[in-house]
Design a protein around this ligand. Structure first.
Ligand code: 7JD
Ligand code: MG
Length: 206
């Protein structure tokens, strides 16, 4: 994937990086990027929220990191958390190739350990936007952790990938039944396939 970006994308041009990854993953080798179908929904929710402090759980190779960072207003920041060092190493290079390294802080380690440290380490008061795209069994745990750490504020938007495939039933049940969230499902396709998947957008009501 990194080679495809270096070969086919233009340095400093995030859209060309996104297109190069999508072309490679659709035609050469599938990979678990949020992809272009769900990516358009991510773009529209992001543009609507226009966050000044955004959090991504699950960097992988940085595809959605680039999608998010390219739409941030000047001075806004994205913190992205990745557990797997090999993925993080690729993501750093892809984020840099897109020229977005100044907007992105990539933190390596388990989300459960890192979330309680984000305030003291990065001076984050709270997040306006959180993209959950790491591991389905961590979505609910990490959402409750963000609540308990006071990192969500009234109006914070959580956007969760893969709520159908692989599926996050406990998370969905929670955000759809809790009086503290206003939740909505955006139907789409699993990246680069015709299978159904979707994004769940949940607004924290405080
Ligand atoms: O584990 C995942 N983390 C984050 N995003 C994912 C994602 O978008 C797709 C999948 C995935 C979906 C179907 C399949 F057959 C194999 C893997 C996994 C993750
Ligand atoms: Mg995903």
């Amino acid at each position: 994937m990194l080679k495809a970006v270096q070969k086919n994308a233009t340095k400093g041009d995030p859209q060309s990086v996104i297109s190069a990854i999508d072309h490679y993953c659709r035609n050469k080798e599938w990979a678990m990027n949020v992809g272009d179908d769900k990516g358009l929904i991510l773009d529209s929710v992001l543009t609507e929220v226009n966050p000044s402090a955004a959090l991504e759980l699950g960097t992988y190779c940085g595809y959605s990191t680039v999608r998010i960072a390219r739409l941030l207003s000047p001075g806004s920041k994205l913190i992205t958390v990745e557990f797997n060092p090999a993925f993080a190493a690729v993501a750093r290079q892809i984020i840099a190739y897109a020229g977005l390294q100044d907007k992105v802080t990539l933190v390596e380690g388990p989300s459960g350990d890192l979330i309680p440290k984000l305030r003291e380490r990065f001076g984050v008061k709270s997040f306006d936007f959180v993209f959950l795209d790491h591991w389905k069994d961590r979505y609910l745990l990490d959402t409750k952790l963000l609540e308990d750490c006071g990192l969500l504020q009234k109006g914070t938007v959580l956007l969760a990938d893969n709520v159908i495939c692989p599926g996050t039933p406990e998370y969905l049940k929670y955000v759809r039944s809790s009086p503290r969230y206003e939740s909505r499902y955006y139907k789409s396709n699993l990246e680069y396939t015709k299978l159904e998947d979707g994004l769940e957008k949940s607004v924290f009501l405080g």
